[in-house]
Design a protein around this ligand. Structure first.
Ligand code: B12
Length: 295
């Protein structure tokens, strides 16, 4: 009989997305293997062994050589989960790679940690432009190339939505008395760029409300009629969702609502009556200048 918390090399390999051969090499070369012995049975990894292997994998994902990583992993203080070592990335590409590999291994805690650290160090806008948008684009490319990886896309979406929401909720004394309104239009389910905009605006102390996915034009017209927001930002990721009637449907108020459109779904040529915005930094600048703030 073995303890349920102890697992075989095959089980650990599946759980962490590491080849069993790699685990055996780490055991043979660096002594990072199962510590428990069972006579007449395969050796099994206990929870401390698994934690050490996780440290090893995180370090290797972060670009540390296996030899150096093993030295750290063997001595790591396993009881302090949040103090597990993580190295400082030198290149943006390394961060993106680390997120992709951690997603592959379903290491949600590590994905969380990498992204939170980046946002803390560099803010939402830079992190989105340099790390998050390129990572999402890569995940999308992988899906369209292989038809696989949808679970990674969903996992990353969940982690990002949560983190970006937390940042947006931190806003205390917004500088705009009337909130900005954001929405994904028509049948549009893609929302992450709007969560990023919400969080980036919150960092600038600008309050916005996101009306979520699949917001019909009629509801947006109703919202504008009710609260006349200074800016209405409408996202279309897919061309079939870009509803151009929004440009003429809004009521003319005083002061009027500025309509900004973003996302690859819009055809710029057909966006007359609205301003098309190409990126997150530009979106923040447009909102700030519309509110009369220095940019
Ligand atoms: C996450 C994701 C999903 C999630 C969305 C979850 C959520 N809550 O948002 C889910 C799983 C729901 C999903 C569903 C689908 N998806 Co999807 N998805 C993505 C993914 C990976 C990221 C989307 C995203 O947030 N993009 C925003 C940024 C990161 O990317 P971008 O728009 O390309 O960025 C450019 C500009 O917009 C600009 N930019 C970047 N950030 C910002 C921010 C602001 C504020 C501004 C103004 C500009 C800007 O700069 C970039 C360079 O030009 C993309 C990959 C991709 N390239 O976008 C696929 C992608 C958009 N999806 C795709 C598809 C096909 C689908 C589905 C049809 C799949 C299906 N068969 O069910 C459905 C459609 C759902 C619907 N009706 O809307 C395709 C679309 C291909 C196309 N052009 O037609 C993509 C491109 C994947 C691919 N490479 O094939 N998806």
């Amino acid at each position: 009989m073995h303890d349920e918390s102890q697992i075989t090399v095959g089980e650990l390999a599946r759980r962490l997305g590491i080849a069993p051969a790699t685990l055996r090499t780490w055991d043979r070369r660096y002594g990072l293997g199962p510590s428990g012995h069972e006579i007449g049975a395969h050796r099994r990894y206990d929870t401390v062994d698994v934690a050490r292997i996780s440290v090893m994998r995180r370090l290797v994902i972060s670009g540390v050589s296996p030899k150096e990583a093993a030295l750290i992993a063997v001595d790591a203080d396993i009881n302090e989960a949040e103090n597990l070592p993580i190295v400082k990335f030198e290149e943006r590409a390394e961060v993106i790679n680390a997120i992709l590999k951690a997603l592959e291994s379903l290491d949600v805690a590590f994905v969380n940690e990498i992204i939170r650290r980046e946002i803390l160090a560099n803010g939402v806008t830079t992190t989105w432009v340099e790390i998050l948008a390129p990572t999402l684009i890569k995940v999308g490319e992988e899906w369209s190339r292989t038809g696989l990886g949808i679970s990674n896309e969903h996992l990353l979406t969940e982690v990002l939505t949560k983190i970006l929401r937390e940042v947006s909720e931190e806003i205390e004394n917004p500088i705009n008395p009337k909130p900005i309104v954001l929405a994904s239009i028509g049948e549009e389910l893609h929302c992450l760029a709007m969560h990023a905009l919400l969080a980036a605006l919150a960092e600038r102390n600008i309050q916005a409300h996101f009306f979520g996915a699949r917001t019909p034009v009629d509801s947006l017209v109703e919202v504008v009629r009710k609260i006349a927001p200074p800016v209405l930002f409408v996202w279309a990721q897919l061309s079939e969702n870009a509803d151009y009637s929004i440009a003429t449907a809004l009521p003319a108020g005083r002061p009027s609502t500025r309509l900004l459109l973003g996302g690859p779904g819009w055809d710029v040529e057909r966006c007359a009556g609205a301003t098309f915005v190409t990126g997150l930094p530009e979106a923040c600048e447009m909102v700030s200048s519309t509110l009369g703030l220095a940019v």
